[in-house]
Design a protein around this ligand. Structure first.
Ligand SMILES: [Zn+2]
Length: 80
């Protein structure tokens, strides 16, 4: 049994913004929405999302494969 899964199920969302960190960050689910829902809404509305590591960015409509952000991965592994 893993009741946590229904509460917060982080998804890995690639970023393609222009900074030096070309990583896929993990978005935190909140307000009863899954991370993928949050990211989809952010893409539609052009609003930023927040990753587990604290990075805030507007998700790209054209995600590519990048390595998972080490900080996000570390935090996700420590989540209950
Ligand atoms: Zn991150």
């Amino acid at each position: 049994m893993s009741d946590q899964d229904t509460l917060t199920r982080p998804d890995v969302i690639p970023t393609t913004d222009g900074d030096h960190e070309r990583f896929s960050h993990i978005v935190r689910a909140k307000d009863g929405k899954g991370a993928s829902v949050i990211v989809t809404e952010a893409m539609v509305n052009g609003t930023p999302v927040e990753a587990l590591c604290g990075k805030v960015w507007v998700p790209s409509r054209d995600p590519k494969r990048y390595p998972v952000c080490p900080t996000c991965r570390e935090i996700a592994q420590q989540m209950p």
